[in-house]
Design a protein around this ligand. Structure first.
Ligand code: ADP
Length: 816
């Protein structure tokens, strides 16, 4: 019964009524005979077997009933019912008095029959609603009524359901947030509208109900809307799109779902209205977005495609490909649509690609490298990034495919260049070590032999400090910690001393370090340069340069020497020529004075030659180690004073002042007095030579206990600072421009130095250019044990003439 329309239920009830009426007629007919004769037998048969329940009531008690009535009341035998008070078996829910009065009413004259409801109380305690139709039987005597009982529980229930449903539907209709209109399909009149409809159209319910639907539409005229309604009624189409106008004149684009409904036996249409205005806007925005995506898709620099998946997990045809895919593979879009990914694979990639597709299907995505083949047969190395997802309910694979030809080429190039670099580093003559946290990661051949090893495996992974470190004097170690400050940038090569631990040798090396990325780790690259060979080379270069320099000096010396030799020789030759002339003219007497001068010149130049030759011989002897001193104990103060004072005449001639001073009168020293004279005369002749008239020369002797100082100081031209270190060297002369025109071979001071050193002493010079010079001799106080102080044995005259000769020779440079 549930699910039947109200109309159907009412119809069913109507039919039942009809049947009851027919049966009642039959009973009336039969009753005329009241169960007598043949007829009566037939009636009894019918009565007993009727499905309807009958009870006959007389004086308030049941006098007869049929089997259906016994069953209805839940009994098994008629006896249980017959004789009982008719309305005794009534549910407590019901008012019995009402039943009695209704029955009484039915028994009154003028009533053909009366129908009312009765809730009976069955034997099992259950109650049952029945409809009672009471008919008074036309019998004589006490009135007898016939009650036909019909179960109405079902009808009641259906009525309740209908009411409930109606309530529910009403409730649903009213509270539904969908806009619902109930429309009369015959004229388009709105029969009912829910709250949502009133809110949507902004009309009150009173205004909306009875309004014609066409009033809500903009473009559709009344006829048109009726046509739409007609199509819906015919069941051809039940979805429409309409442009509607609200009470406030705003317009809305709506979708209408309509269906027929029977309401109060009337066929109506209900409209469910969806506002699609926003949706329409969203759709157009989506449309716009789709256009943009389409553009992006086609302008992408990678090939992009979409493939369907077959039910068996294989990949079906391409569904969408972008422009780049067409360009990359050489196929048109149409052609692509008839192909699958398998048509792009390289033959050798077949199995692999199946595995990849399996992975995408299983895990939802995969990124892998593969080789594809273009339409023209070109192999294209690619990187594929695939994702599986659902598109409109179907499984699809979206793949972004990048041509990695360039990357592959670069990788190959890098691999090759890495190999080249590795070989280069191997061949480099300089040691290279790569270390991290003190451990050796790499070592080249040069470093292996530099560290005294043979095999690379002895080094790799080991502590670098096991093999090499800075010398303790460098105050640092080769570990990363200590190199840290220096490795921020490539540090320049530093010359350092390092220790090779294999044989504890100290080596000179240059070391530089830099940060180096090695397998994504920050390591230190240590570059070393063995300086042993360079050091040797530098030594040889110095020797070679010294030899060249010495050779140059010698050449210069010989040039000077030639000049020194030629000048006096020229003078001597010139003088001899003059003397020869004098001889020819036989007028020697008259030129006596001149002759004397000439002889003096001859003599002086012979002295010069003699001095030169003496110096040469002495210096050569000293250099060869043949020179010997004839040492004897002498009062050195005396020796120095005598020789100093003996040149006083020359000094005066030069208009110079000579001052001798000593803080000791006697000091015995084992010395060769002739050599001390040579020393003093050399120093004094230099002082005279390089001091202008009116200058002074001081000779001082200072006793220092263990040594004696002899100082020869002048107020002359001085010696330039940078020349000071050279003046004691053989063949050195201060630049000619400083010494003006003074003669000299440049052997003097070197001979002086050698002679002093032979005595175990030393000589130093202090000089300020333009102010004067001071030569300071320090002689150690040494004496010969068996020898007492010697006083020179020669006669004073002899000594004097000897000294004069020596002075003449030593002073021969100074032009008188
Ligand atoms: P020379 O025999 O040429 O004088 P020396 O060896 O005696 O050679 O001197 C070397 C050089 O030292 C001189 O040429 C001169 O330039 C410089 N010299 C030596 N003594 C003095 C001095 N007292 N004052 C200035 N220059 C001097």
């Amino acid at each position: 019964m549930v699910g039947k329309t109200k109309g159907e239920i009412l119809e069913e009830l109507r039919k039942k009524d009809q049947r009851i009426r027919e049966l009642e007629d039959k009973i009336n007919y039969l009753n005329n005979g009241v169960f007598g004769g043949e007829k009566s037998f037939i009636c009894k048969l019918f009565f007993e077997n009727s499905k309807e329940s009958y009870i006959f009531i007389k004086n308030g008690r049941i006098i007869e009933c049929n089997n259906s009535a016994v069953k209805m009341f839940g009994y098994t035998s008629k006896k249980d019912l017959i004789g009982s008070i008719a309305f005794e078996k009534t549910s407590e829910k019901m008012d019995k008095d009402m039943l009695y009065s209704r029955h009484k009413e039915a028994m009154n004259d003028g009533h053909e029959k009366l129908v009312f409801d009765w809730i009976i109380q069955r034997k099992d305690g259950q109650s049952m609603s029945v409809e009672v139709t009471i008919t008074r039987l036309p019998t004589g005597g006490d009135p007898v009524s016939c009650a036909v009982l019909r179960e109405i529980s079902e009808r009641k229930r259906v009525q309740e359901i209908i009411l409930e449903k109606e309530k529910l539907y009403r409730n649903m209709f009213e509270t539904n947030h969908f806009v619902i209109l109930l429309i009369d399909p015959n004229n388009g009149k709105i029969i009912d509208a829910n709250n949502a409809a009133c809110l949507f159209y902004r009309y009150s319910k009173e205004r909306l109900v009875n309004m014609n639907i066409s009033k809500l539409n903009i473009l559709n005229s009344n006829e048109k809307i009726i046509k739409v309604i007609k199509t819906a009624v015919e069941g051809k189409k039940n979805r429409f799109y309409l442009n509607q106008r609200l009470a406030n004149d705003e317009t809305r684009f709506v979708e209408v779902h309509c269906n027929q409904v029977n309401f109060n036996d009337k066929d109506l249409l209900y409209f469910i209205v969806h506002d699609l205005t926003k949706m329409k806007k969203i759709l157009s925005a989506l449309d716009e977005n789709e256009k943009k995506f389409k553009e992006l898709f086609n302008k992408a620099k990678d090939a992009i495609w979409l493939c369907n998946l077959n039910n068996d997990g294989t990949v079906a045809n391409f569904r969408e490909v972008n422009d780049m895919a067409c360009k990359m593979y050489g196929y048109s879009k149409e052609k692509f649509m008839n192909m699958t990914i398998m048509d792009l694979r390289a033959p050798e990639d077949y199995d692999d690609i199946l595995k990849k597709i399996g992975k995408i299907i299983k895990e939802g995505h995969a990124t892998f490298e593969s080789v594809h083949v273009s339409k023209h047969g070109d192999k294209i190395p690619v990187e594929v990034n695939s994702h599986k997802f659902k598109l409109f309910g179907e499984d699809v694979i979206l793949s972004i495919v990048r041509d990695i030809t360039n990357r592959k080429w670069t990788e190959k190039f890098l691999r090759e260049s890495e190999e080249r670099n590795r070989r280069l580093v191997e061949l480099l003559p300089d040691p290279i070590i790569l270390q991290k946290d003190g451990r050796i990661l790499y070592i080249n051949n040069a470093a292996i032999s530099f560290l005294g090893g043979e095999n690379r495996h002895n080094f790799i992974g080991k502590d670098i400090l096991k093999f090499v470190d800075f010398h303790p004097s460098e105050n640092k170690t080769l570990t990363m910690e200590n190199l840290k400050d220096e490795i921020n940038n490539f540090s320049s090569f530093d010359e350092v001393k390092i220790i090779r631990k294999s044989d504890n040798t100290v080596l000179d090396a240059e070391i530089a370090s830099t940060v180096f990325d090695y397998s994504n780790k920050k390591a230190t690259l240590i570059l070393m340069r063995d300086l042993s060979d360079r050091r040797k080379a530098e030594k040889y270069i110095k020797l070679f340069n010294d030899a060249i320099e010495f050779d140059k000096l010698k050449t210069q010396f010989f040039a000077n020497l030639s000049h020194e030799l030629r000048t006096p020789l020229n003078v001597i030759l010139g003088t001899i020529q003059i003397l020869t002339l004098y001889l020819k003219e036989k007028s020697l007497q008259s030129r006596e004075e001149k002759l004397e001068n000439r002889i003096k010149v001859l003599k002086q130049n012979c002295y010069r030659l003699l001095r030169l030759v003496n110096n040469l011989i002495d210096i050569t002897k000293i250099d060869a180690g043949f020179y010997e001193l004839s040492l004897q104990n002498h009062n050195i103060v005396n020796v120095v004073e005598e020789i100093t004072l003996s040149v006083a005449g020359y000094v005066e001639q030069k208009k110079l002042q000579l001052v001798f001073d000593t803080d000791v009168e006697e000091k015995t020293v084992a010395c060769d007095p002739d050599k001390i004279e040579r020393i003093m005369l050399n120093l004094l002749s230099n002082a005279i030579k390089f001091t202008e008239p009116d200058g002074s020369i001081f000779v001082d002797m200072i006793d220092k206990g263990k040594s004696i100082i002899i100082s020869v100081k002048d107020t002359g031209i001085g010696i330039p600072k940078d020349e000071l270190k050279y003046i004691f060297e053989h063949f050195r002369q201060v630049d000619k421009s400083f010494t003006r025109n003074h003669e000299g071979s440049g052997i003097g001071l070197s001979l002086v130095k050698s002679l002093i050193e032979l005595h175990g002493g030393s000589i130093n010079v202090n000089s300020e250019y333009g102010k004067g010079s001071e030569f300071v001799i320090e002689l150690p106080i040494k004496t010969l044990e068996d020898n007492s102080t010697i006083i020179r044995e020669k006669s004073k005259n002899e000594m004097e003439s000897n000294l004069i000769e020596i002075i003449n020779i030593e002073f021969s440079d100074i032009y008188s």
